[in-house]
Design a binder for this molecule. Structure first.
Ligand SMILES: *Cc1c(COP(=O)(O)O)cnc(C)c1O
Length: 475
């Protein structure tokens, strides 16, 4: 193939992709939010025999789109309120496409000088947006899960090196166990980080949270003083997934630090509150921690996958991650990402984050945070006013909880749980909106989570109507 022919093929297939992408966006509002096909149909269509002979690239793309389209959630749009999911702002989508075309291996400065500098700038901007120490080390990773892994690896390094144990050399066998202290509001990704790092799920001490779902100072202090010499990581929550609660950092962090504990903050979405003057107070004192995790693919609305790890003392992160080999070209001046990230070869995911921050600006991010919080409050208040509905958590941020009471005379707790599940399922099947459920303090409820930059008043109206119709169908 000549260079000209390569170009022609790219032009053809990328034009097709552009047309499909624009169709997807144009129909976003008209298409069911929930996938409308099922596993067996998807498998039948997609599980073609392993191709022996290749296929023309344009055909591959047309068929892929035809085969997957009704199996896609429209989580990119404004009426998807399940889990904690964002969409993607246009500049981030476009930058992400280009990242794919440029195909940079963002491991080393020498492999992609622009990629390294873009990530350097992202780290700097993010620290400013989150109000974190300007000298903190950072890594752009796949999501908050891997940000926890990176941050807790830094914690493991620091806690053990200060006790004369080089965990990178010796491993964990023979070292003192590290205790992780957190609250019942912590996210499951913490437990997995503990498993991956060999810290062990059994070494997580889960403390009860108070009525407003926060860790209380006296509860934490009592737990920490029980074994004061044990190497300890305290994990605090900046926005939990059920109620959006923030731990009282200003009070808790100094008391944890006094006993020599490492403080890590899970701020997957909650750290973005720092961008808004209206919500920033929730994070008061958070900058005193040792490490922080956040997501780009949730509230910043960049495409998957995008998460951020920050460590106050850069040498702790570097101590856990840095990598040297004779065949690599390290640059003394530049920032080689491989010294900060758990991956070797990796996507240059900084481009999308860079573009999103440039498109939105600090004010745009603040506006996005405030607007989605307002919509979450509206959704919960209006759905909560429907017959049978009961609000369990009116959002203080962008997360809320509602359940639906079975109207039967002697309805039991199980009947309410079943009716709540039924309502969630009906709403999703209507295709008008998408919610997920959870069990909160023993009660089944519907979660309302708003993070998408596209969500508007019309989406809120349509979603309330969809829930109203689903409740109206009765038990
Ligand atoms: C989403 C989430 C995580 C996990 O993040 P991923 O980006 O899915 O890896 C951790 N903690 C909280 C509070 C979350 O909302």
């Amino acid at each position: 193939m000549s260079a000209e022919e390569h170009c022609r093929e790219y032009r053809d297939v990328l034009r097709r992709a552009l047309t499909h992408a624009l169709d997807f966006y144009e129909r976003l509002d008209l298409t069911s939010v929930c996938a409308t096909t099922d596993r067996s149909r998807l498998r039948k269509r997609l599980a073609k025999p392993l191709p022996i002979k290749g296929n023309p690239s344009g055909e591959v793309i047309d068929e892929l789109v035809a085969d997957v389209s009704d199996g896609l959630s429209r989580s990119a749009g404004g009426r998807f309120f399940g889990w904690v999911i964002g969409g993607s702002v246009p500049a981030a989508v476009a930058a992400d496409w280009l990242t794919t075309c440029w195909d940079q291996n963002a491991a080393l400065y020498s492999c992609s000088p622009a990629g390294a500098v873009v990530e350097e700038v992202c780290g700097d901007w993010l620290k400013q947006l989150f109000g974190l120490p300007e000298n903190a080390g950072f890594a752009l990773v796949t999501g908050c899960q891997m940000a926890h892994v990176a941050c807790l690896a830094a914690a493991r390094h620091a806690l053990l090196i200060s006790r004369g144990w080089d965990v990178e050399k010796k491993g964990l066998a023979g070292s003192r166990p590290i205790r992780i202290v957190t609250g019942t509001h912590s996210h499951g990704s913490l437990e997995r980080a503990a498993r991956l790092l060999g810290l062990g799920a059994e070494h997580i001490v889960t403390l009860p949270t108070d009525a407003s779902n926060r860790l209380a100072g006296d509860v934490l202090t009592a737990a920490l003083s029980s074994q004061p010499d044990e190497p300890t990581i305290v994990v605090m929550q900046a926005g939990d997934i059920n109620t959006g609660a923030f731990d009282p950092f200003e009070e808790l962090i100094p008391s944890a630090r006094r006993v020599g504990a490492w403080v890590h903050v899970d701020g997957a979405f909650g750290l973005w509150a720092a961008a808004s003057p209206q919500y920033r107070h929730l994070l008061h004192g958070v900058s005193l921690a040792d490490s922080w995790s956040a997501d780009g693919h949730k509230w910043l609305n960049v495409p998957y996958d995008s998460g951020f790890a920050f460590v106050a003392k850069p040498e702790s992160l570097k101590g856990a991650m840095s990598h040297r080999a004779d065949y690599l070209t390290h640059d003394a001046e530049a920032r080689d990402q491989i010294d900060w990230t758990p991956e070797w070869s990796r996507r240059c995911r900084g481009m999308a984050t860079y573009a999103a921050i440039r498109q939105l600006g600090r004010n745009g991010i603040a506006g996005l945070v405030e607007r989605t919080c307002r919509f979450a409050a509206d959704l919960v208040a209006r759905i909560g006013a429907l017959p049978c509905a009961e609000v369990l958590c009116q959002p203080s941020l962008n997360q809320g909880l509602i359940r639906f009471l079975n109207p039967g005379h002697d309805a039991s707790q199980e009947d309410h749980d079943r009716f709540t599940n039924e309502v969630i399922q009906r709403v999703c099947e209507s295709g008008e909106a998408f919610f997920t459920g959870t069990t909160w303090r023993g009660k089944r409820c519907m979660r309302v989570s708003v993070c998408n930059w596209m969500t508007d008043e019309d989406d809120v109206d349509r979603s309330v109507e969809a829930v109203k119709a689903s409740v109206g169908r009765g038990v």
